[in-house]
Every structure is written in structure tokens, then in C-alpha cells.
Design a protein around this ligand. Structure first.
Ligand code: 3PG
Length: 305
């Protein structure tokens, strides 16, 4: 089988080497389409691929239609909002993710962003400490759980909201459970966002929620920019000059945010939460193993469609 790695943002070399070893050992062939500058390169490369490994690369109907032999797509990472599940399902293509494999990298970045914002983007002047501040984990999945642990190591008072996780499981980590999103935002100085982007969550964080945050409140978004109502963020940040926003992907209106709010906002130039060698290796190798297992035994653990 031909397994294609198509990554606009390439994996670390060690991850590609590891993927190759797994793929070839299982008797398959590896093809690479890395750092493509135009999607047409991706469309061409996928034509004869039996399996596909991507990161945030869009696997839309055009990709699915270009692929004549595709049987499985693995998103090496957690969020699979870049996969057109309906288009894949229609062509009997199995879609998977690799949950948990890059969580530590994302969680460490979230804490790094909190420190960066607390210390005035490393500009001279008096900042503040994380110790003693209230940290709200918005969705207690693999990443949220690690952010909570790191926050506790900084002596933060940690709260969480996740209707899909048993409160007892969260409390066992020494984290307080709140009952509503409003309670989370009105309680916490820092909010670390870990919700997926879907029809229910898109644009769900806006004027009302942000306006509830305590003085000096800071929203840290290592999830997806789509969950933010960007126009409403501008509105509340204009009224509340104490609020801050750090995001691991430029907002749609980042130029406006930078111009209006200066160092109260920060965005990484390209999503870098999972940009560590460790995360690349964990997620990349997991993707390769999942594909080989699927071809060998039909295993569909981590199927998302
Ligand atoms: C994920 O959903 O796993 C992260 O957003 C990482 O995305 P990336 O592989 O594009 O860095």
C-alpha cells in the first residue's frame, strides 16, 4: 500500500524517519508531500495513495475526489475539524485522529503563553505572577488535564468545566468543578481553552462570557480560532481595557487586534502548540502504526467517522 504524508507544516525529521521505518517494516511504501506551496501538489500526490497522514491540512471534497485509492486518513493530532467527514464517509474512507499524542506540547505552550501575558510580553515593567490566580480549564480532555496539573504546579487555583467528563474524575485531580460556562469565566483570571471547533462551539466565546472575567482576565486559546466571536472580542476589549488574549493561531482580524490592543493581544505566526519534536514523533508514529494495523487487521480504533 502507498502511504502518503501530506503536511504543509512538516513533521520533525526524526518523526518522518520513524514513520518510514514503521511503514516499510510492514511492507508498505512511503510517499512525502511536505511543505507544499499549492494544494494542487497535495491533490496530485494523493491520486494513487491508499492511506494519508495529515496535520492541520484540509482534507476536503477536492482532496477526496482527487484520491482514487484512498481507504484511510489519519489526522496526526487531536482536532479533526480539518477533515470533511461526510465526504470521506461517502467514499468509505476511514478517518482517525491520534488523541493525546501531542497534548503535552500544547499544554506547555498554554502555560508559556500565560507567563508571557503576565509579564507584559517580556517588555520592561511590572508584571504579575500566576501563583494564587484562578485558572479555568474550558474542556477537561487530554490537554486540559495537563494544563490543570501544570497550573497546580504554579500554585494556581484550578477550576474546570466539561459536561462530558465525570465531575469525580476531575475532582480526583484536585480541580474544582463549576456548573456552567458563565461560572467558569466569572471565576477565573486565566481561561485556557480546549474545546473543539464544531457547529455548537464556533463563535461561542464572545462579549458576554469575556465580559464576566475578573479584572485583568486573560484568555489563552490553544484550541481553534473559530470558537472565538472575533467582532465581539473587539467590542469587549474596547470597553474592558484590562482584558488580554493570547492565541496559538492568528485571529481572522489579527491586524485589527494588534493595532487596537497592542501587547494586550498575542498570536503565534503559525500554529505551534504541537510543534515539538516529541509531539511530532508521538503523533506521527501513532498515525503510521494505526494505518498499518488497519491494513493488517482492519482495526478501527480512533475512528471518528
Ligand atoms: C491538534 O489538533 O492536534 C493541534 O491543533 C495540532 O495541530 P498541528 O498538527 O497542525 O500542529
Amino acid at each position: 500500500m502507498k502511504i502518503l504524508v501530506a503536511t504543509d507544516k512538516p513533521f520533525a525529521k526524526a518523526a518522518v524517519d520513524g514513520i518510514r521505518e514503521i511503514v516499510e517494516k510492514a511492507g508498505h511504501e512511503l510517499a512525502l508531500c511536505e511543505k507544499y506551496t499549492d494544494v494542487s501538489e497535495f491533490h496530485k500526490a494523493v491520486e494513487d495513495a491508499d492511506a494519508l497522514i495529515v496535520r492541520s491540512d484540509k482534507v476536503d471534497a477536492a482532496v477526496v475526489n482527487a484520491a482514487k485509492n484512498l481507504k484511510i486518513v489519519v489526522r496526526a493530532g487531536a482536532g479533526f475539524d480539518n477533515l470533511d467527514l461526510a465526504a470521506c464517509t461517502e467514499k468509505n474512507i476511514v478517518c482517525m485522529n491520534t488523541p493525546g499524542q501531542n497534548s503535552n506540547a500544547v499544554a506547555e505552550l498554554a502555560l508559556g503563553m500565560m507567563i508571557y501575558m503576565a509579564r507584559n510580553s517580556f517588555h520592561p515593567g511590572t508584571g504579575s505572577e500566576l501563583k494564587g490566580k484562578k485558572l479555568g480549564i474550558h474542556a477537561y480532555g487530554n490537554i486540559g488535564k495537563i494544563v490543570a496539573k501544570l497550573g497546580k504546579a504554579f500554585d494556581m487555583d484550578v477550576y474546570a468545566l466539561d459536561p462530558f467528563v465525570d465531575a469525580k474524575v476531575i475532582e480526583a485531580d484536585g480541580v474544582k468543578v463549576v456548573n456552567s460556562v458563565e461560572e467558569l469565566y466569572s471565576t477565573c483570571h486565566y481561561i485556557s481553552l480546549h474545546i473543539p471547533a464544531n457547529e455548537k462551539t464556533k463563535k461561542s466565546i464572545g462579549y458576554d462570557l469575556l465580559g464576566k472575567m475578573p479584572k485583568g482576565g486573560c484568555l489563552v486559546n490553544t484550541a481553534r480560532k473559530e470558537v472565538i466571536h472575533e467582532e465581539e472580542l473587539v467590542k469587549i476589549f474596547t470597553e474592558r481595557t484590562d482584558l488580554k488574549y493570547a492565541t496559538d493561531m492568528e485571529a481572522g482580524n489579527q491586524a485589527e487586534l494588534n493595532e487596537k490592543f497592542g501587547t494586550r493581544v498575542f498570536a503565534t505566526p503559525k500554529k505551534m502548540g504541537a510543534e515539538t519534536a516529541e509531539a511530532n514523533i508521538n503523533a506521527g508514529l501513532a498515525a503510521a502504526n494505526q494505518i498499518c494495523k488497519f491494513f493488517a487487521t482492519g482495526d478501527t480504533t480512533f475512528k471518528v467517522n
